[in-house]
Design a protein around this ligand. Structure first.
Ligand code: IPD
Ligand code: CA
Length: 278
């Protein structure tokens, strides 16, 4: 990482903390909810304000950089990853949690150059846990180094996934049968936290052994992906092939053996890509 990326990461930590404070303040007030692509795709004024704060602060310091932000994309901005330094932003990961005041809500930012993630910051703002990682330098939570569990055996593993509305009933069936196959191996269980970014940090810190999901977005994954790999974990596509940030699917695990074992059980359903019109 060049010195200039270090300057970017330092600024990212400052702006992420500021954003997290804004989220915490908003939780003290009434929250009015709007809908995006479906009746369960929620957005609030806070999502939009937090993203505007983050982007304007970064633009002032780094005017030539690019951005992919969840709420900017929802408003029509492109979601194409180029070689230019790019900030991939989820202002509130866990918007449904935020709306219900279920206390797992994160600000997540990944920074990519030449389509490779250089650093990631995930701030679980109600827990006040700031996870950070930069390429080749390890992963940290509030400054303390974290490591994955290293678990290889799926029968001794605790897993995370997310359960969500699926318009297509076949997709719903596939999501449920994937869970059934995994639970009946058997494993120690499956949990759902409601924030992809926090899920990835829980793998990175060894609290769970793996997390998989189909249908999430690059802004949900960009911050957490490097936190998991720098903590010694792996991140792959759900078919076990190399991870693709724009593919909307992932398995992340504490070992390659565990990721491969989960990949055997997971059937895909189509969810499109972030970098094409769906
Ligand atoms: C959501 C969360 C959730 C996952 C959804 C995401 P958002 O992000 O990460 O855990 O299941 O697929 O869309 O919309 O709250 O930023
Ligand atoms: Ca979000």
């Amino acid at each position: 990482m060049t010195d200039s990326w270090k300057e970017c990461m330092d600024h990212c930590i400052v702006v992420t903390r500021e954003a997290g404070k804004m989220v915490r303040e908003a939780l003290k007030c009434d929250i009015s909810v709007m809908l995006k692509s479906s009746p369960v795709d929620l957005v609030t004024e806070t999502d939009q304000k937090v993203e505007a704060l983050i982007i304007s602060s970064i633009k002032q310091k780094f005017p030539n950089h690019s951005f992919i932000g969840e709420e900017s994309v929802a408003a029509g901005a492109p979601s194409i990853l180029t070689d230019n330094p790019t900030w991939i932003i989820d202002p509130i990961d866990g918007t449904t949690n935020f709306v219900h005041r279920f206390p797992f809500v994160a600000v997540s930012i990944g920074f990519a150059v030449n389509k490779e993630i250089e650093f990631g910051i995930v701030y679980s703002c109600i827990e006040d846990k700031l996870y950070s990682a930069r390429k080749g330098k390890g992963a940290f939570c509030n400054g303390v180094q974290i490591r994955v569990s290293g678990q290889k055996d799926i029968t001794k593993s605790l897993l995370l996934t997310e359960l969500g509305y699926k318009k297509d009933s076949e997709h719903f069936q596939t999501m449920m049968s994937n869970m059934q196959r995994i639970l009946t191996i058997p494993t120690h269980g499956i949990r759902c936290v409601g924030s992809a970014a926090i899920n990835m940090c829980l793998v990175a810190s060894g609290a769970v052994d793996a997390y998989y999901q189909i249908g999430i977005h690059c802004w949900d994954m960009a911050g957490g992906a490097i936190i998991v790999t720098e903590a010694g974990g792996v991140i792959v596509d759900i078919d076990g092939r190399p991870f693709d940030l724009m593919s909307r699917r992932l398995i992340t695990a504490s070992s390659k053996a565990l990721a491969d074992r989960i990949a055997v059980e997971i059937q895909p359903f189509p969810c499109g890509r972030d970098d094409t019109e769906n």
